[in-house]
Design a protein. Structure first.
Lengths: 124, 189
């Protein structure tokens, strides 16, 4: 009984922790993807879904893109499909977004290194 | 309830009613383009995409709430700031607490301004009173026969200007608080 409760709590804690961890990660992932090349919503979503730890969906990716666009980090343009299909809205980094991506990337690398060193140091 | 592609878009158009027409059109076209692309990959992918968007109501809310907060912050209008916080209050404890605090702030400011007017009409019954019957003090209107015997009024002719300044300061502080709350809510989005 006690064990069962413990397992439940661990599961809840892990879920909460993972959601904290993911919060800022999707933003960096989108910026980094757009830093690589211009892309549209579905393409960004597919790329992010490949790394399953992001857990993004249609319902979260478009509000995120909107937020980044409103704050001037990315910009968009409509592109006619070459195969005569529907138009797609392509996003790309603005100079401001490129600057932010640089800062976030450096911060992330520092963070990853510090945390790895810490965990390895403790566990060895 | 599950929507078909057309039902979803139709419902979304209604739910996005609060957005400016160009922004709404843009969002609808982008959503339609996404769903068309998925539909081209088969029924299963389309169903997955529709599930991914969630209900049109929730999906629309993500844009409307943010647009409302943003517009309120840009316009700086006290009413819009208050309403945008109220709109978010149902789903955020911070917004709820903020709404209560801002409301109390304006209530106080309104009372101070009201006292300016009342002081001009009923100068003898309005003021800052202390005395055996009013502990520790009373600010406002002593209705009926006026203040009870033994009560002293402290502000005298300064009552109206002091209340006007208090009202002004409270208004400015409350406006500042509402801007802080809206900016904070935007950051958490």
């Amino acid at each position: 009984m006690h064990y069962k409760i413990r397992v439940m709590q661990d599961k809840d804690l892990l879920t909460a922790w993972k959601s904290q961890l993911r919060k800022g990660a999707a933003e960096l992932a989108v910026l980094s993807l757009l830093g690589h090349r211009e892309s549209y919503g579905l393409e960004i979503l597919n790329a992010l879904s490949r790394g399953s730890s992001f857990e993004v969906s249609e319902g979260s990716i478009y509000p995120l893109l909107k937020r980044l666009e409103t704050s001037g980090k990315i910009r968009s343009r409509w592109v006619e499909a070459e195969d005569g299909g529907a138009r797609r809205k392509y996003y790309s980094l603005s100079p401001e977004g490129e600057h932010l991506l640089g800062l976030m990337r450096a911060e992330w690398q520092r963070f990853r290194q510090d945390l790895s060193e810490m965990i390895d140091g403790v566990e060895s | 309830m599950t929507y078909s592609k057309d039902e979803f878009l139709k419902r979304l158009r209604t739910c996005l009613g609060a957005l400016p027409e160009s922004e709404r059109q843009d969002l609808l076209e982008e959503t339609a383009s996404h769903l068309d692309d998925c539909a081209a990959q088969g029924e299963a992918r389309l169903t997955e995409a529709l599930a991914g968007f969630g209900t049109p109501e929730n999906y629309a809310r993500a844009f409307i709430e943010e647009a409302r907060l943003r517009n309120a912050l840009v316009s700086g209008s006290p009413g819009q700031l208050l309403l945008s916080v109220l709109a978010a209050a149902g789903r955020s404890v911070v917004a709820f607490a903020g709404f209560i605090l801002i409301s109390i702030g304006y209530l106080f400011a309104g009372t101070f301004f009201l006292l300016v007017v009342v002081e001009l009409v009923l100068p003898a019954q309005t003021g800052l009173f202390t005395g055996p019957d009013v502990q520790p003090f009373a600010l406002g209107i002593m209705a009926g026969d006026g203040p009870p015997p033994g009560t002293t009024e402290h502000l005298g002719p300064f009552m109206a200007p002091v209340m006007a300044v208090a009202g002004g300061v409270t208004t400015v502080l409350t406006l500042l608080l509402s801007r802080l709350v809206v900016a904070g809510l935007l950051k958490r989005h």
